[in-house]
Write a protein that binds this ligand. Structure first.
Ligand code: GDP
Ligand code: MG
Length: 161
């Protein structure tokens, strides 16, 4: 018996949602910005505690306001990855509002929050910034170097199983 779970990446334009998926699914990265139009769906089978789990990963158009995403894209989601870009404060100044929107609209879904592009920042000073904003993130990743990307998806897989 195989399990299938829907995973959706959310966050502003350009935070690296598509790149995280590309890194995880294909182990590739590109510096070119390819705007995501509508939705792209990819699949990857992972093994968690000897159990096969099919992650169906939805890559949707970035929206600066989560509430503007089409509800149909979000329905039935087992796990969200909420991505911010540590180099652009506007991608996380509404962190609490957006996180709470997801939590209350999809109370049964898991949510992991992630700052991507860690290759571009000094992680220690970014942590200080997060403390000021009272933001607690689950992961800091780089789709470019691949750092912590696999861990992120596998942790979400574990949580949604
Ligand atoms: P999306 O709009 O959230 O899907 O963002 P994309 O995945 O299209 O990435 C936006 C831009 O950021 C692209 O030019 C990527 O090459 C770049 N990018 C994505 N992830 C990283 C990362 O971890 N490090 C760096 N340096 N650039 C990244
Ligand atoms: Mg995209």
């Amino acid at each position: 018996m195989s399990n299938t779970k829907k995973i959706v990446l959310v966050g502003h334009f350009g935070v690296g949602k598509s790149s995280l998926i590309k890194r995880f699914v294909l182990n590739e990265f590109s510096d070119n910005y390819m705007v995501t139009i509508g939705v792209h769906i990819s699949k990857k089978i992972v093994k968690i505690n000897n159990e096969e789990l099919t992650l169906v990963i939805w890559d949707i158009e970035g929206k600066d306001d989560l509430e503007k995403i089409r509800p149909a894209y979000l329905i039935g989601t087992s796990g969200f990855i909420y991505v911010i870009d540590p180099t652009r404060i506007q991608t996380y100044q509404n962190f609490h509002k957006e996180y709470n929107f997801l939590k209350t609209t999809f109370p049964k879904s898991k949510i992991l929050s992630v700052a991507n592009k860690m290759d571009l920042i000094d992680v220690a000073s970014f942590q200080k910034q997060l403390n000021i904003f009272e933001i607690k993130l689950d992961f800091i990743t780089s789709a470019k170097t691949g750092e912590t990307v696999e861990e992120l998806f596998l942790e979400l897989g574990k949580e949604v199983l």
